[in-house]
Write a protein that binds this ligand. Sequence first.
Ligand SMILES: Cc1ncc(COP(=O)(O)O)c(C=O)c1O
Length: 469
Amino acid sequence: MTRPLSLGDQRDTALEHAARMVANAWRDFDTARDVETETSPALLDALAEPLPTGPGDVLVNLDLAGDVLDASVAQARPRYLAYIGSSGLEVGALADLLAHSYDINLALDARAATRLERQAISWLAQFLGFPATAGSFTSGGTISNLTGLAAARERALPGSRSTGMCGHRVAIYASAEAHYSVTRAAELLGIGRDWVRSVSIDDRRRMRPDDLAARIDADVDAGITPIAVVASAGTTLTGAVDPIGAIADVCQPRGVWLHVDGAYGLPASTTSAAPLFAGLDRVDSLGVDAHKWMFVPKACSAVLVRWTTDLSSAFAHDEAYIPHEGDELNAVDVTLEYSRPFRALKLWLALRVHGADAFRAAIEANLEQARLMYRLASERADFQTRPYPPQLSIVPIRHVVPGCPDVDRHNDELCRAMQRDGRVYVSPAVIDGQTWLRPCFTNFRTTTDDVRVTLDVAAELGAALCPQH
Ligand SMILES: Cc1ncc(COP(=O)(O)O)c(C=O)c1O
């Protein structure tokens, strides 16, 4: 019998073909390419075709998919230094293929897969040095932050998931440079965006614990309930790490939940940057994106909590279609999502194949690339750097040409010129009203040569943009 959606006798051929495509892509990613592939007119035509109603050849269409991928911005490439990239770790991609083929749902007890997820959470906690008793994999830092803050809301106002806020005025505290996902969580949890207190930052752009304490105390005096403080362990703009220990000193005596948004930076707590993260063992919850600085493909974040009951208080429920076996919690009793892909597998397999030390070494290499970029740019007359060296792996630089009438516009145009040029992909950032180029090193494929090339390309294209000077 031929099933309508089977690949039939082409199945093995298709798999072998796809495997060859992946092998070619990996080889291509080993070194940066000097020119990006154009989106050809033929490809644009194919991407405008109407819904196919009949079958197409699988090999032809795999090749078409390959053409699309090849003409797309791929974060896996070694000179993708924009935003906070992920790198499509090879063994992680293999794990994804396997996980998606079995299509296990981690909403319920999936037997061995559920145990693996627990083990991966426990390994992640050990890796980071956080005494978690529970956690789950999520689709990203946004959901990890939302999950941690939902648990914090229920702790601060028990029963609020049933009753709502009942007129209570509540607040969340985060540095002025926290990621927008914290504000979004406040919007979605009924706290309200206007109740996210923007705590001031110091000259290194870290949260000021004295301002935090003053804001919490003023709110409590005014009858406002603090829900949580969110410390950023690596801000998105400059990679600043808030002083977690000093923030815990503010939170603990006041009984306020401390969540660490470590989506980007937390894996660096396992390297020479560890002192920046002192106090992590004292927090209530944290989020970390394995799809950023642990290199596995998107989407793979995790939220870890000190106490399991904090997650179950916020998420446990009874529904006729998901009965409980005795006291056993289902995965959906400690997490936000229902259909949950087997995200843990890629991190678990990667840790088994490479070992934690290899991850530390790769993160350390990125930190060294950031320091090199800062040193080289600081030594050059045609670049401006920030007053302090990078805390993590984001290194804002500004191309400066003597007499240039508008340095911000120049750097904005330079950034776009670099993206068009294709040798290096960087994104812009506006810091204190000034436009900067913002290279960010989170890719295990990036080399020190790529750091030098980035500066050379920026200097070359920058000089071409402002030839009159
Ligand atoms: C500090 C920080 N928190 C949260 C997020 C959101 O993470 P995601 O895009 O995985 O949802 C980001 C994304 O860059 C981030 O940098």
